[in-house]
Write a protein that binds this ligand. Structure first.
Ligand code: IPM
Ligand code: MG
Length: 362
């Protein structure tokens, strides 16, 4: 039997609480689904900075490289606001993404029927919503050089970053979007700001070329990212797959998450070249305001584990079952505070995790 090497990186804030629930699911699959896991756990982010002086050590990075998949909680917190950029919690996550070349970030935004009323949008706008955002994750302004803050001769300070994309960076993430669209509804909308940015113009040209070369069966459209943001709340149902750069993808995926009712519901997968380990994480942050209270919604992490099973362990069957269990538990009316609604039953992080386990094996 294959043993799957999984690295758990709980991180900061609510990270440890939500990863604990995923751990219970892994134990459950080891017991009931005949899977064998070699589980590792380490620090990333602020906790790594406290323990080792850096947000990601070389050792942790090498363990990640050797793993089949990585499941992360969240990084960051106000206590590290004044730490220099290269030592900040976020730098640990960015280094991990970059070093493992995890260029394609898949962020599905699905509205579960039971949560239609949790969205701030009208039910008729979000009912049945199923969008996949494919965010480029290792390029753009997040990594572009030069970057910095300098002091000008007149004493002013000047902060600068560089938005940069190469042909290949655009083409490979476009390939991922087109390929995934084939298994969905066959539509890709590419978003950039080609009207003001050269990198956006190149993005549009290269996506168009890739489409003509290999994906003529896919319906490709382009949108300026600002219009895309507006369309996402006006009529999100028009989208199937959205492909966009690192920064726009960061923003648009938070927006798409809110369409589903809560940031606490959205999982993500960051994938690189075939054979390299995938990184799975909820898209919400470390939520320092509720950390340690045991009330965080573990569903985004549990759904990230489903993506891990699907994309890294080739166990789409188990992923389907987790997604089905989430559906069941939500339709029974169980709710963490972030998605609480009238007439529903309040629960906490552990209560939600236990309910998912029961729905899986009862
Ligand atoms: C995300 C987060 C990260 C990002 C932070 C924590 C560095 O917001 O994954 O969306 O900006 O990519
Ligand atoms: Mg973000």
């Amino acid at each position: 039997m294959t043993t799957h090497k999984i690295l758990l990186l709980p991180g900061d804030g609510i990270g440890p609480e939500i990863i604990a629930e995923a751990r219970k699911l892994l134990a459950c699959f080891a017991e009931h689904a005949g899977l064998r896991f070699d589980l590792w756990e380490d620090h990333i982010g602020g906790c790594a900075y406290e323990a080792y002086g850096v947000p990601l050590t070389r050792d942790t990075l090498e363990t990640a490289r050797a793993a089949d998949a990585i499941l992360m909680g969240a990084v960051g917190g106000p206590q590290w606001a004044d730490v220099p950029y290269d030592k900040r919690p976020e730098a640990g996550l960015l280094t991990l993404r970059k070093e493992l070349d995890l260029f394609a970030n898949l962020r599905p935004a699905i509205v579960f029927d039971a949560l239609v009323d949790a969205s701030t949008l009208k039910p008729e706008i979000v009912k049945g919503l199923d969008i996949l955002i494919v965010r480029e994750l290792t390029g753009g302004v997040y990594f572009g050089e030069p970057r910095g803050i300098e002091t000008l001769p007149d004493g002013q300070r000047r902060g600068f970053n560089t938005q940069v994309y190469t042909t290949n960076e655009i083409r490979r993430v476009a390939d991922v979007a087109f390929t995934l669209a084939r298994k969905r509804n066959g539509r890709v909308c590419s978003m950039e700001k080609a009207n003001v940015m050269e990198s956006g113009k190149l993005w549009r040209e290269e996506v168009t070329k890739r489409h003509a070369e290999s994906y003529a069966d896919i319906d490709l459209s382009h949108m300026y990212a600002d219009n895309g943001a507006m369309q996402l709340c006006r009529n999100p149902g028009q989208f199937d797959v959205i492909v966009t750069d690192n920064l726009f993808g960061d923003i648009l995926s938070d927006e798409a998450a809110m369409l589903t009712g809560s940031l606490g519901m959205l999982p993500s997968a960051s994938l690189g070249a075939p054979g390299s380990p995938g990184l799975y994480e909820p898209i919400h942050g470390s939520a320092p305001d509720i950390a340690g209270k045991g009330i965080a919604n573990p569903l985004a992490t549990i759904l990230s584990l489903a993506m891990l099973l699907r994309y890294s362990l080739d166990r789409g069957d188990l992923a389907d079952r987790i997604e089905q269990a989430v559906q069941t538990v939500l339709s029974e009316g169980l709710r963490t505070p972030d998605i609480m609604a009238e007439g529903c039953t309040a629960t906490d992080t552990a209560g939600m995790g236990a309910a998912i386990l029961r729905a899986l094996y009862s």
